[in-house]
Design a protein around this ligand. Structure first.
Ligand code: ADP
Ligand code: MG
Length: 386
């Protein structure tokens, strides 16, 4: 019998065992830092063999330098996001060279701060995950190379993660102190709505994506950003359009909805042009910004919500998952949360826009399902999900 300082004990199915009972507990104990326990004949299994794996992830695909640690694929231990938003706001969008340089300056402090917040050292981590793509090449290189350096230095496996996959997996992440959110239930429909992508995917299992449809032109977030500019609202457009819309009438303007019947595709450029036409009508006078914002937002939400619901019915899914920056949109969240036909997982607001927790979550499933990578992997700036 030995005293193992600072460990919690888990059984084979990763359920925590009451430390008081561990004196009689035999050879199936899994150990992790946390609580003092006494174990007589426990076998200490190397962490790399455990579902209990902790992933340290890095995300630098665009203008956020982020790191996070996730345990068991869903439990968020620490997350840091260093936003460059203020720097890029003066350009009205992301300036790639500036973004890359900023990542170089912030990546190491962000990683150090994340491990410190989680009260962990690299020796407590099982694998390093990093976003490989899609994204800005100069930005991706910084994060992936930092991950390679950490993996090499600490002798840990490296996992390259698709950023879009990360947005989907963010929907199952919950804070260590919070009540667990519902687990993945397959088959499911994943609506991915970000600044660069808008697509519907059918998932039959982890890491398996059948793209049912995608936008033919602008992504939903891009449409929000462009309409914000038309209305003279600040960057990033999504939150400012949402805020302006709070004082507006969503039926004031009859904006078009591109249903694209018979397909699961989307289109938002016609809607954007319709907003532009209306703004021209008001040239020289005050623009009804709140009504335009509310009517535009209602059109986007209408299409995203109804097409996703129709796909969920068609493919008889067990769950709907919504991820990506636009999943922060209040009316869109409310539409999904108000219906009772399908269980819905939407990420907490802090994990809707780019972050590393989502990369750690997807990285966990890649790692535990055996999809690790060699140090020779490169960035993939246009990497599709499927
Ligand atoms: P990326 O395309 O780089 O992965 P994100 O996933 O971080 O981007 O999403 C950013 C996009 O989300 C931007 O286009 C932004 O306008 C949009 N967005 C953020 N918050 C909201 C919101 N509350 N309503 C609508 N769109 C939003
Ligand atoms: Mg993103």
């Amino acid at each position: 019998m030995g005293r193992l300082a600072s460990f919690k004990v888990y059984n084979k199915t990763c359920h925590e065992i009451n430390p008081k009972k561990t004196g009689r507990f035999s050879n199936q104990a899994f150990l992790k830092p946390g609580v003092d326990v006494q174990v007589d004949n426990a076998i200490i299994i190397p962490m790399t063999d455990l579902k209990l794996a902790r992933i340290l992830a890095i995300e630098t695909s665009c203008d956020e330098t982020a790191a996070a640690v996730i345990e068991k694929g869903r439990v968020l231990l620490a997350s840091t996001v260093a936003s460059q938003m203020d720097i890029h706001a003066r350009y009205g969008g992301v300036y790639p060279e500036v973004a890359a340089r900023q990542h170089v300056l912030t990546i190491l402090p962000v990683i150090e701060q994340t491990l410190a917040k989680a009260h962990l050292a690299l020796s407590d981590i099982n694998a390093i995950a990093a976003t490989r793509g899609p994204g800005l090449a100069g930005s991706l290189v910084v994060g992936l190379n930092a991950a390679k350096g950490l993996a090499l230095g600490a002798g840990l496996p490296l996992v390259g993660v698709n950023h879009l996959e990360g947005h989907i997996y963010s929907a199952w992440v919950y804070n260590a102190d919070d009540k667990p959110s519902p687990k993945p239930h397959f088959p499911l429909i994943a609506l991915l709505v970000s600044g660069g992508h808008t697509e519907l995917n059918l998932m039959d299992a982890h890491l398996s994506y059948q793209r049912l449809g995608a936008t033919l032109d602008d992504a939903a977030g891009e449409a929000f950003d462009k309409v914000a500019r038309l209305l003279g609202l600040p960057y990033p457009g999504g939150p400012s359009v949402q805020e302006a819309a709070e004082n507006g009438n969503p039926t004031a303007f009859k904006f078009p909805r591109a249903w694209l019947e018979g397909t699961w595709n989307f289109s938002f450029s016609g809607l954007k042009t319709a907003v532009l036409k209306e703004t021209k009508r008001f040239e020289g006078g005050p623009l009804p910004v709140a009504d335009l914002a509310a009517s535009f937002q209602a059109a986007v939400v209408d299409v995203l919500f109804n097409k996703t619901m129709n796909a969920a019915r068609e493919f008889k899914v067990k769950q709907i998952v919504v991820g990506g920056g636009v999943s922060a949109n209040k009316p869109l969240r409310n539409a999904f949360l108000a219906q009772t036909e399908f269980p819905v997982n939407i990420p907490p607001l802090s994990l809707c826009t780019d972050n590393a927790a989502m990369i750690a979550a997807a990285g966990y499933f890649r790692y535990t399902l055996g999809h690790t990578d060699g140090l020779e992997i490169d960035i993939m700036p246009t990497w599709p999900l499927s």
